[in-house]
Design a protein around this ligand. Structure first.
Ligand code: NDP
Length: 330
């Protein structure tokens, strides 16, 4: 038996409970992992509260990512003692996830923990930080260089936003952070933001085209913010769309695409192919300032995860939340 969160949906309603789970409940997979650290992503908040239909079978262990040590493996790539990371692949949605002390998954889904990171640091980055890296890789592949101009990061106080700012600033880009929490400006500047703007500048319905401001964009917000980001991106610039914290709609016009030749890249972390994941984690190991990561990170125990997962959706949590899966139990 081990401790974990289970999300139930039955005659008693939708609820998440911290409880004992038996290994026989874990389901399919050729690798078993002792989960050391997990994390709370926006999607985990949705799964814990039921605010959006993220969980697709019940009961289910939520948690779209984890880091830990392999305890059993019949997969050729992994052996007991290997340190591994898992992000996505439907884990925490349709397959039992990371918010339990043991996980069983396909070995094809795992990435080796880079030597630069502890399992705690890997989860401080988590799916949010790995997604931020996917956005940065897309902007680089598009050919955007620091000399091309400012990069806008929206949802700046969130997990994706914080890691994106730290990464881009470390790579020499001039970063403009858009936030609804201007009181956190000092924190955003300490991560490397050159300027901080009020998200209200971008969140109202805007014109099809505006003044050309950004060489590139990392957008975690969607809706009017994404439409306005596209409308104010410079000629031949690029926008990466990875989130919907402000809404799933995209009330835009084609003007930025056909008159300014901007490119909109969709960023998905869940089903990203293994080589891209490996590249993203290697680049995080090379380019992310660990000291900055620590300032983004708040640590909780598994016993607090349900309450903090609920808090996450209120938009008041800053940066990243790591969950110590063994605290109080070992
Ligand atoms: P967080 O909850 O940590 O951060 C979201 C941030 O968005 C908040 O901190 C806030 O920043 C801003 N925000 C919240 N509500 C609103 C609103 N109504 N209007 C405008 N801005 C708002 O989430 P993450 O950083 O972990 O994730 C961000 C988004 O990216 C989510 O939508 C998530 O689902 C998505 N995501 C997508 C992935 C993918 O594979 N494509 C992977 C990981 C995440 P501030 O206070 O600074 O304004």
């Amino acid at each position: 038996m081990f401790k974990g969160i289970l999300v139930h949906k039955d005659e008693a309603g939708y609820r998440a409970t911290l409880q004992d789970i038996d290994e026989t409940q874990l389901g399919d997979g050729d690798v078993t992992v002792r989960v050391e650290w997990s994390t709370l992503n926006y999607k985990d908040g949705l799964a814990i509260t039921g605010k959006s239909p993220v969980v697709r079978r019940f009961p289910l262990v939520p948690g779209i990512d984890f880091a830990g040590t392999v305890t059993h493996s019949s997969h050729a790539a992994w052996k007991p003692g290997d340190k591994v990371i898992l992000n996505g692949w439907g884990v925490g949605e349709s397959h039992h996830g990371g918010l339990a002390q043991t996980a069983r998954v396909s070995g094809d889904w795992l990435v080796a923990l880079p030597a630069a990171f502890s399992t705690r640091q890997a989860m401080a980055i988590g799916t949010a930080g790995y997604t931020a890296m996917l956005c940065v890789l897309a902007l680089e592949k598009h050919g955007i260089r620091p000399a091309d101009g400012e990069i806008l990061v929206t949802g700046a106080n969130g997990g994706v936003g914080g890691v994106a700012i730290a990464l881009l600033a470390g790579l020499g880009y001039s970063v403009v952070a858009s936030t609804g929490r201007l009181a956190e400006s000092d924190y955003l500047q300490s991560l490397g933001a050159a300027r901080v703007i009020d998200r209200a500048e971008l969140s109202a319905p805007g014109k099809p085209l505006g003044k050309e401001r950004w060489a590139g964009v990392v957008d975690a917000v969607g809706s009017h913010t994404l439409a306005n980001a596209c409308a104010t991106t410079k000629y031949r610039g690029a926008v990466t769309a990875c989130g919907l914290a402000g809404g799933m709609d995209f009330p835009a016009s084609v003007a930025p695409f056909i008159l300014r030749a901007i490119t909109l890249y969709g960023i998905d972390s869940v089903m990203a192919p293994l080589p891209l994941r490996q590249q993203a984690w290697q680049r995080l190991a090379r380019d992310l300032d660990i000291a900055k990561l620590e300032t983004i990170t708040r640590e909780i125990g598994l016993a607090d995860a349900i309450a903090v997962g609920t808090e996450l959706l209120s938009g008041t949590v800053r940066g990243r939340v790591v969950v110590d899966m063994q605290r109080g139990y070992s």
